[in-house]
Design a protein around this ligand. Structure first.
Ligand code: NAI
Length: 403
């Protein structure tokens, strides 16, 4: 018998078996009928299954990527067979990437599901005519929420936004355990090197950085952390890691992972002092944390030494960049584990349903994720695992209400 080859369809089938919350939501009495949803998101199997879920709830769905290197072409192709309109491909140039975002706005979406806020910002700057029909935005990540808050502060935001990233069920699991596992998955599969015994420097000890550090420690690395926030720095110290200035720690590192959401975490003088053979990876949303233009300028030669690993020759040393400095777990691997994205996308789906129902009553500001929906997703997760938890008795409630 001939074996059916693994294609985008099989990739989507695989995740569908492990996304129990989305499957449960598909069975519930929810409807997005009459709503056009424009999605800009890392386009791989899990996001494809989110698009399929929204379609099953009755929405018309239009999808593109949110980063030039994170689209998986076979998945993008397969998604079209589910009645979803797709404008995306991997290795897009920046120009092509933005032209796809324009394509999505051409459909005049009612709702936007954004990851990094490029689509929403384009709607507010170059494509203001689409704001007439736009009713709400659901934003996935830390960087996107920051940019949309800035839009609000400058008085430019014209649409209610829900910060899905700020749901507890998001950042405590997706940013921490998701980025923690998938960043190391990417570094290991692309290099085939051992982590145990290595000096690993994590820049940024936020939700992502904590997860990356925790997993590096578990793999047997000696973990060092650089931070700009004194409280996070103390936390890293109490978690057992070496903390210091990046100028002091970077020359000791065998592997450096940035996870700050800020540009130029490494600079020219730090780069020139790195160890021969160091691996450099970024887990932050944009490819600005490792300054690639500096590496391009100061290196004598560059070549691909393994798939997704570029060797830069700088002053006789070999510096290896994984995934071109773009978020390493998505540009050079499959992104977060399936069950993690199932939680995040359950939050996204409930957020879109909330916007669809309530947008008329909402202001044009960035809203925190509604606590009741956050708890609903937690309850769904426990139920999907067959786990029941306790509830407070009346006496306990009374005790807590007392002085
Ligand atoms: P966060 O705000 O919790 O943490 C960022 C940390 O970096 C903060 O503690 C901040 O003090 C620190 N920081 C800022 N500038 C720094 C510098 N120059 N040096 C050292 N530390 C510095 O944010 P979170 O949730 O950890 O996200 C970080 C980035 O990762 C964002 O760009 C976010 O969008 C992205 N992200 C990536 C994911 C992925 O799959 N790769 C998943 C989720 C978020």
């Amino acid at each position: 018998m001939d074996i059916i080859k693994n294609t985008g369809h099989q990739k989507i089938e695989w995740v569908s078996k492990h996304m129990s919350l989305l499957n449960e939501i598909q069975r519930m009495d929810f409807s997005l009928s009459g709503f056009k949803v424009g999605m800009s998101i890392h386009l791989e199997a899990k996001t494809a299954y989110l698009a399929i879920t929204l379609k099953k709830l009755g929405a018309e769905v239009f999808v593109t990527g949110c980063n030039p290197l994170s689209t998986q072409d076979d998945v993008a192709e397969a998604l079209k067979d589910y009645g979803v309109i797709v404008h995306a491909k991997r290795t897009e140039s920046e120009e092509e990437y933005f032209s796809f975002l324009h394509n999505i706005l051409d459909y005049k979406p009612d709702l936007i599901l954004d990851d990094g806020a490029d689509l929403t910002i384009l709607a507010h700057t170059q494509r203001k005519e689409v704001l007439d029909n736009l009713k709400g935005v659901s934003e996935e990540t830390t960087t996107g929420v920051r940019r949309l808050r800035n839009l609000q502060e400058h008085g430019i935001l014209k649409i209610p936004v829900i910060a899905v990233n700020n749901a507890k069920m998001k950042f405590m699991f997706d940013n921490r355990y998701g980025t923690g596992q998938s960043t190391w998955d990417s570094i290991m599969r692309n290099t085939n090197l051992l982590i145990a015994g290595k000096n690993v420097l994590i820049a940024g000890y936020g939700w992502c950085g904590r997860g990356i550090a925790m997993r590096a420690h578990g793999l047997g690395a000696r973990v060092m952390v650089s931070e700009v926030d004194p409280i996070k720095a103390v936390e890293a110290l109490m978690d057992g890691f070496k903390v210091g200035k990046i100028e002091e720690l970077a020359p000791l590192a065998d592997i450096i992972v940035t996870a700050t959401g800020v540009r130029d975490v490494l600079n020219e003088s730090i780069i020139k002092n790195l160890k021969d053979g160091v691996l450099l990876a970024n887990a932050g949303h944009f490819n600005v944390e490792i300054p690639m233009e500096v590496l391009e300028r100061i290196s004598e030669q560059k070549y691909e030494i393994r798939k997704n690993v570029t060797c830069y020759k700088v002053a006789g040393k070999d510096l290896y960049v994984i995934g071109s400095g773009r978020l390493v777990n998505l540009a050079a691997a499959d992104g977060h584990p399936v069950e993690i994205m199932d939680i995040s996308f359950a939050l996204q789906t409930l957020s879109l349903l909330h916007l669809a129902k309530n947008y008329k009553k909402m202001d044009n500001i960035v809203y925190e994720y509604p606590d009741e929906l956050d708890r609903e997703v937690a309850r769904l997760k426990l139920r999907s695992l067959g786990i029941e938890i306790d509830t407070l008795s009346d006496e306990q409630r009374e005790y807590l209400g007392g002085i």
